[in-house]
Ligand binder design. Structure first.
Ligand SMILES: [Zn+2]
Length: 295
């Protein structure tokens, strides 16, 4: 059975609190040999590390998610540097820019990914702005400035630590590329849950970065993402679930879990016109290169 990795999972979320050992077992049985659990703030990053110590196939990424930056410390690097030294921490993130701000009781929606899960692929691809611009301009400016500050601090820690970044980017491609270009040759990124077009892929690849694809590629209305996947060089992409969000068909709407990389890989092989073995070989080799401590 060809092996695949889930390069972006949130195993520390409460969604998995009841049955994580079974979730991991199902992933292994489906051929998902390694799972990377992504931190969204310092506590979540510490939990990801704990999981990596508990399960040999789990690795951790430590960082601070852009939709949570208002709760982030002014100076994130000292704590992050410390966590990044752990032997199973394979990258910094997730970090980036999320300009798709929606308010719930005056606060940004909990996690960009959660908003994506709720709004579905149409919202993600088209970028619906109607509920996203309710915030006062000054608030938005402060929010975006803090995102830039926290993103740059994480790129700096990545560069110092010899690691790369897991990048969350929503409605903010230009600013993301501009900031990352400052770190060219020092740290690169994987643009996770990729849903931009093929032209964006060329720019991302040109600066030494990569993309990864989720279950959105399997959705009936995910043709844009399939077109982008078709245009992505085979050695510049990885697969991920972003679980517990974005379960692929035929599980759409249910809790997602790492085992479902299998369904994503089947679709991806079809779109790329290659065998599962070729896809396995290419995506695992790319992940090994990108996450130097993944072994
Ligand atoms: Zn995520």
């Amino acid at each position: 059975m060809p092996a695949f990795y889930d390069t972006h999972a949130h195993l520390d979320y409460p969604d998995f609190a009841q049955d994580l050992p079974q979730v991991i077992e199902r992933a292994q049985a489906a051929g998902i040999a390694k799972i990377i659990s992504i931190g969204t703030d310092l506590d979540s990053s510490r939990r990801a590390i704990e999981l990596s110590e508990r399960f040999p196939c789990v690795f951790a990424v430590v960082g601070w998610h852009p939709t949570h930056v208002l709760e982030a410390p002014e100076d994130l690097p000292p704590a992050l540097r410390e966590l990044a030294r752990h032997p199973k921490v394979v990258a910094i993130g997730e970090t980036g820019f999320d300009y798709h701000r929606a308010h719930r009781g005056g606060l940004p929606v909990d996690r960009g990914a959660r908003a994506v899960g709720r709004g579905g692929v149409a919202e993600l691809i088209v970028g619906r702005h109607d509920d996203a611009r309710l915030g006062a301009a000054a608030d938005d400016e402060r929010y975006q400035r803090k995102q830039a500050q926290i993103f740059e601090q994480q790129l700096e820690v990545a560069a110092e630590s010899g690691l790369n970044c897991v990048v969350h980017q929503r409605d903010a491609l230009e600013d993301t590329i501009a900031l990352m270009e400052k770190f060219a040759g020092r740290a690169s990124g994987v643009f996770h849950c990729f849903a931009n077009d093929a032209a964006a892929i060329q720019r991302i690849v040109a600066m030494g970065s990569l993309v990864s694809f989720t279950g959105i590629a399997t959705f009936k209305n995910g043709q844009n993402v399939r077109d982008t996947l078709a245009a992505t060089p085979l050695d510049k992409l990885m697969l991920e679930t972003d679980c517990p969000f974005l379960a692929p068909l035929p599980y759409r709407g249910k809790r997602c879990e790492p085992a479902y990389v299998k369904e994503i890989s089947q679709l991806a092989a079809q779109v790329k016109g290659c065998s599962l073995e070729e896809l396995s070989h290419a995506t695992c080799a790319t992940a090994q290169r990108f996450f130097p401590k993944l072994s």
